[in-house]
Design a protein around this ligand. Structure first.
Ligand SMILES: Nc1nc2c(c(=O)[nH]1)N[C@H]1C(S)=C(S)[C@@H](COP(=O)(O)OP(=O)(O)OC[C@H]3O[C@@H](n4cnc5c(=O)[nH]c(N)nc54)[C@H](O)[C@@H]3O)O[C@H]1N2
Ligand SMILES: Nc1nc2c(c(=O)[nH]1)N[C@H]1C(S)=C(S)[C@@H](COP(=O)(O)OP(=O)(O)OC[C@H]3O[C@@H](n4cnc5c(=O)[nH]c(N)nc54)[C@H](O)[C@@H]3O)O[C@H]1N2
Ligand SMILES: [Mo]
Length: 647
């Protein structure tokens, strides 16, 4: 048998969208590595993707369609599965109207062709859809409001920075291909600051580390702004570039540096050090996704936008305030805007589904998501999904959500799929193509919807080949050296539509070209601790953070085993030993976990993995109340207080 090396692009929900080289023999992957030619992938892959072949071959893989009969999910043929779905969709649309059909798509694959699922349901109805974004909703809405867009300077523009501030970001775990760029910047003389209440591996990269009180970044930003105003180091151009500068100054000056710093639980010296970094630019602020998953998440990102603008860094090469890279910009969208008859708020999905009556949601279709494990208040989400008359789940693996389905449709994994990818951590675009054939009973998602569209006579649904669909999507850039053929030949190409310096022309893209500075302080977050009991710890802020071994609820390697874990400072749980089984309790729920101890953590935090399986009692989301962020309908996952109780 010959050994070949084939190239594809990783489609996971990750900023990096890596170019993968797969060594393949006889339809089996022997080894995966990163493409050394890709400027961002630089020849290496993360733990979870290098171990992907094991997962693909594991018993979790779904290899054939399943249909619920006599209460059990049982193997069936594609014809049976599609017939059952088509019959139910026809019945429910006729009896209850399209608002009784709800399509929920998450980011399990960031492939651009996945949007064709939305088009199908828009043509079938339009049907009910989700509104909001539990991942980045608040931060994107904040930047949209302040700057008119949420995008970034070129990734390698960081090599021009004198200072880089990682504000609530852990690239060594969740954005690993940023790390070599940061290291190169540091080797070239840049100084790195990390601001995160949690101590983690990325601290080793930084020269200055701040561990503020969870959720107090607004106050920290105001302390820094006040220091800049007081020391006369606000950019003289700010009054031309920004609206509401006076109101912003009044807000920042409403408390002293000492008062703001006390709320943020950092020293005044730390505030001054941070202000010095911003004044000694160019300084790039890299805004993490974690801290905007709070009730004040939008206001926090708006405060960071303001800091970048008033310090004059926003418009500079080596500066900027980067939250997101506009990954879909190079692609032409499929379909056109429609008015949906019903919108289910993603952060409140469980309650909204249960409250939907007249008609109720009778059919729900889940594409590339595991809402039972990953949405807040998992119990309510599970209960709401269990009440849906007909649940369809398209996935590659058996998940907590798929286990509740009436029909499960097996789709290709990222090593079998064929699609196009942009990235939200850089501006390169790439193509994915199966490096191994998919199992016989697995179908490309596009083909599933093409089949259904034919049965429903939806003539506007494209019946083209996958390659031609890719060509259609690439239409905006194909004439600028980013055609499908070019991508195939060269692996990946930088989007010709992305400027190297986002606001290099001195204007943002709001209606009047000026930065819209925030001018009011956000309300204090409402977070209740669980009731105190004799042997319970003090209330601790729960962080459910990315881990290197999992992609949300999808684990590589051995997974979490029988129990999940919770990591705290030893003083937070006096008398308890590492390894003990404890109960983590919140006002919303409780679960058992293995206790881990780390004296480098704050004494008021508890850290758990972001994705544990719900049916195994491991999902941190049973502890987390479903609550929306101030803007953008994100989920306030991190506004959660827990207590630890010995078992
Ligand atoms: N290995 C791995 N990589 C992933 C993922 C994964 O599950 N596993 N998930 C992917 C996804 S879906 C996304 S959206 C991205 C990004 O996902 P993120 O949510 O950004 O990833 P995390 O690494 O959890 O980093 C968030 C950081 O924010 C910090 N934080 C939380 N609250 C606050 C606060 O109040 N203030 C400050 N300053 N910091 C705070 C947390 O302590 C944490 O270190 O990562 C992607 N990459
Ligand atoms: N407690 C807590 N909860 C969180 C977060 C947190 O920080 N803390 N982070 C939140 C964030 S940032 C995010 S983005 C969400 C993620 O939430 P989800 O997107 O629901 O996360 P996953 O568990 O990765 O589920 C994606 C599913 O898609 C499947 N999949 C992969 N490729 C394909 C494909 O091509 N087609 C189809 N149909 N399926 C595919 C995968 O097998 C997987 O089961 O979780 C959120 N939940
Ligand atoms: Mo995310």
């Amino acid at each position: 048998m010959t050994v070949e090396t084939l190239r594809t692009t990783c489609s996971r929900d990750c900023p990096d969208a890596c170019a993968i080289l797969a060594k393949v023999e006889d339809g089996k992957v022997l080894e995966l590595r990163g493409d050394p030619e890709h400027p961002v992938t630089k020849g290496f892959l993360c733990f979870r993707t290098s171990r992907y072949p094991e997962l693909m071959d594991s018993e979790q893989r779904i290899r054939q369609p399943l249909l619920r009969r006599d209460g059990q999910l049982q193997p069936c043929s594609w014809e049976e599965a599609i017939e059952a779905i088509a019959a139910k969709l026809t019945e429910v649309r006729a009896e209850s109207g399209p608002s009784a059909i709800f399509h929920y798509r998450s980011g399990g694959s960031l492939g651009i062709l996945k949007h064709l699922a939305d088009l199908f349901f828009d043509l079938l109805g339009p049907c009910a859809t989700k509104i909001g974004d539990i991942c980045s909703g608040a931060g994107e809405a904040a930047q949209q409001q302040d700057l008119g867009t949420s995008d970034s300077n070129d990734l390698f523009d960081l090599l021009r920075s004198r200072n880089i501030v990682l504000w609530g970001k852990n690239p060594t775990v969740s954005n690993v291909h940023l790390v070599p760029v940061l290291k190169e910047a540091v080797a070239g003389g840049a100084r790195l600051v990390l601001i995160d209440p949690v101590h983690h591996k990325s601290a080793a990269l930084a020269e200055l580390v701040l561990q503020p009180r969870p959720g107090s970044d607004f106050e920290l930003a105001m302390a820094v702004a006040r220091e800049l105003f007081d020391s006369g180091r606000v950019d003289p151009g700010a009054k031309n570039h920004c609206d509401h500068l006076d109101e912003f100054r009044t807000l920042a000056c409403s408390r002293s540096v000492a008062q703001w710093a006390a709320v943020a639980d950092v020293s005044e010296a730390a505030v001054r050090a941070l202000a010095n970094r911003l004044a000694d630019g160019p300084t790039a602020i890299l805004v993490g996704w974690g801290m905007q998953r709070r009730q004040r998440g939008g206001a926090i990102v708006r405060a960071l936008d303001a800091l970048s603008a008033i310090s004059g860094n926003l418009f500079r090469s080596g500066g900027g305030v980067s939250f997101y890279f506009k990954r879909r910009k190079p692609f032409r969208p499929f379909g056109m805007p429609v008015v949906h008859p019903r919108l289910i708020r993603e952060p409140l999905l469980g309650q909204d589904l249960l409250a939907a009556v007249d008609p109720p949601v009778r059919v729900m279709w889940v594409t590339a998501g595991n809402p039972v494990a990953m949405l807040p208040d998992s119990q309510t989400v599970a209960r709401a999904l269990e009440q849906v008359e007909f649940l369809v789940v398209a996935d590659c693996f058996m998940t907590d959500t798929a286990r509740r389905a009436h029909v499960v449709l097996p789709v290709p994994t990222l090593l079998e799929d064929s699609d196009l990818l942009g990235a939200y951590g850089h501006h390169w675009i790439g193509e994915s193509r199966g490096v191994v054939p998919m199992p016989a009973e697995v179908r490309h998602e596009v083909h599933i919807f093409q089949d259904l569209a034919k049965r429903f006579g939806l003539t506007d649904f494209p019946q083209d080949s996958v390659d031609n669909l890719k060509r259609m999507a690439l239409a905006p850039v194909a004439g600028q050296a980013a055609s499908l053929e070019f991508l195939r030949k060269h692996g990946a190409v930088r989007s010709p539509l992305a400027d190297k310096v986002l606001f290099g022309k001195g204007r943002v893209v709001t209606a009047n070209g000026k930065v819209q500075l925030l001018d009011v302080a956000p309300a204090v977050a409402e977070v209740s601790p669980p009731a105190a009991t004799a042997d319970a710890s003090e209330p601790l802020w729960l962080f459910s953070n990315s881990t290197e071994k999992s992609q949300a609820s999808v684990w590589s390697g051995k997974g979490l085993g029988e129990r999940t874990w919770v990591l705290v400072h030893p003083d937070a749980v006096p008398g308890l030993q590492a390894g003990a089984t404890v109960r983590v309790e919140s006002p919303t729920g409780s679960l058992q976990a293995e206790l881990r101890l780390d004296p480098a953590q704050r004494k008021d935090v508890a850290i758990m993995p972001k994705g544990g399986h719900y049916d195994r009692g491991q999902s941190a989301n049973v502890l987390i109340e479903a609550r929306a962020t101030d803007i953008g309908l994100g989920a306030a996952y991190l506004d959660c207080l827990v207590r630890i109780v010995p078992c």
